[in-house]
Design a protein around this ligand. Structure first.
Ligand code: SF4
Length: 407
């Protein structure tokens, strides 16, 4: 125990009510400074009528005291998301101080989306906590093997691109890059790093726990869109299911979708199991929704193609591989895979005519004026990825709509 910790202990014990925190009770007898001795109580130990020197002897080496000091004199901020998050990171609500200190000595791990946050004790016997933040897939890698960071703001840059160098339009997408580590953060920087990598997630997780998370459902969000995004409110109810299935699934986004079609109309699509909630359709989904709204305006037509059963199944396999992001994993030599490049080129060589029409069947009947939107032309300048990327690269994701700040 440091001298400043004991001074703070005495000061708090002398104040009205003394200390009553995480199993530690310290007070002047009689409850204030007018009493003539101190009481020092923990779940395992009780002493009364103590002089200041005797109080020091009881407090010195007590994890209850350093624990009190860390939470009540360092972190403080009662009722704040960051305090709740840090308490959660060491299961403070479920474990007593001794059990927690034993666990912290080995490291206590919290998974937060694709982040792994490990809380430990500093090793100076002062109860200070240190935090290691990295990708969950790097759990077993030595710090020396990873690129080391210290400044939480650098997290913004490191999470911009995935491991293949592709821009990440969705900060909570499941493509967080690997190979980096924040090995030794204090509690402030630990929370800031997490919030930089996954903006607003700590605040919204906290609001959900407190029962104060306000949800903006699909219709709430799309009804207030203006300008080029105004048409998104016209997307049919049925298509919103497909939007949620396409974008918000656990395989695509680490948030747990809590928004529904409307307050009294729940979507059937699985909302996922993420640790933190998604409180409204994000910028990426709204931008993509605009494209889908235009595509859904088209009327279906009947086309007749002649395909072998294997060709039909191969087309289905290609769609699955693209949708599941598996194309890059398919080896060129593996011609048993539907989306194998050579098999796909073979299919194209066999089935496409010189105009790119599947099985030689034109998209428009002879003499018809082309008006469909399926090829990305005939649109009004919405080239999906480009202007939408900017939307979600502003550090907001969904928090640009929330109007909430963490603390
Ligand atoms: S709307 Fe929410 S759950 Fe869906 S992709 Fe966007 S951030 Fe993820």
């Amino acid at each position: 125990m440091l001298a400043r910790q004991f001074d703070a202990l005495v000061e708090a014990a002398d104040a009205d009510g003394g200390i009553d925190f995480d199993g530690l009770r310290v007070a002047r007898e009689g409850g204030d400074a007018s009493g003539d001795g101190y009481t020092f109580v923990t779940p395992e130990h009780e002493a009364t009528g103590l002089s200041e020197a005797e109080l020091h002897a009881h407090a010195d080496g007590s994890p209850y005291v350093t624990n009190w000091y860390f939470w009540e004199r360092e972190v403080r901020r009662h009722g704040s998301p960051r305090r709740a998050f840090l308490r959660h990171a060491e299961a403070a609500g479920e474990r007593g101080v001794h059990e927690r200190y034993d666990a912290l000595a080995d490291g206590m791990v919290t998974e937060w989306g694709q982040l792994r946050i490990e809380a430990t004790l500093s090793g100076d016997d002062d109860g200070d906590r240190r935090y290691d933040v990295r990708h969950v897939d790097d759990a077993d890698r030595a710090v020396e093997e990873l690129e080391t960071y210290r400044d939480p703001l650098d997290a913004r840059e490191l999470a911009k691109y995935d491991d293949d160098g592709m821009y990440r339009p969705l900060k909570t997408g499941t493509n967080m890059p690997t190979g980096w580590v924040y090995p030794d953060l204090d509690w402030r920087d630990a929370v800031e790093t997490v919030e930089t990598l996954y903006p607003a997630t700590v605040a919204n997780w906290y609001r959900e726990r407190e029962g104060t998370l306000d949800i903006d459902h699909w219709t709430d969000t799309t009804d207030r869109q203006t300008g080029i995004y105004g048409i998104v409110s016209e997307l049919p109810r049925e298509a919103v299911e497909w939007v949620a299935e396409a974008a918000c699934d656990d395989s695509q986004c680490v948030k747990r979708r809590e928004w529904q079609y409307s307050a009294d109309d729940e979507l059937a699509a699985d909302g996922g199991t993420g640790a933190f909630p998604c409180r409204e359709p994000c910028s990426l989904v709204i931008a993509a929704g605009r494209r889908w709204t235009k595509l859904e305006e088209e009327e279906p037509r009947e086309y007749t193609f002649r395909l072998t059963p294997s060709e039909k199944e191969q087309i289905e396999g290609i769609v699955d591989a693209v949708a599941d992001g598996r194309v890059d994993e398919i080896r060129e030599a593996d011609v048993y895979e539907d989306a194998n490049r050579y098999r796909t080129r073979y299919l194209r060589a066999k089935l496409f005519d010189e105009h790119g029409n599947l099985a030689g069947v034109p998209t428009e009947p002879a003499g018809a004026v082309e008006h469909h939107d399926g090829d990305g032309h005939g649109d009004d300048g919405d080239h999906s990825g480009d202007d939408h990327g900017d939307h979600s690269d502003d550090g907001h994701g969904d928090d640009d709509h929330t109007g909430h700040d963490d603390e």
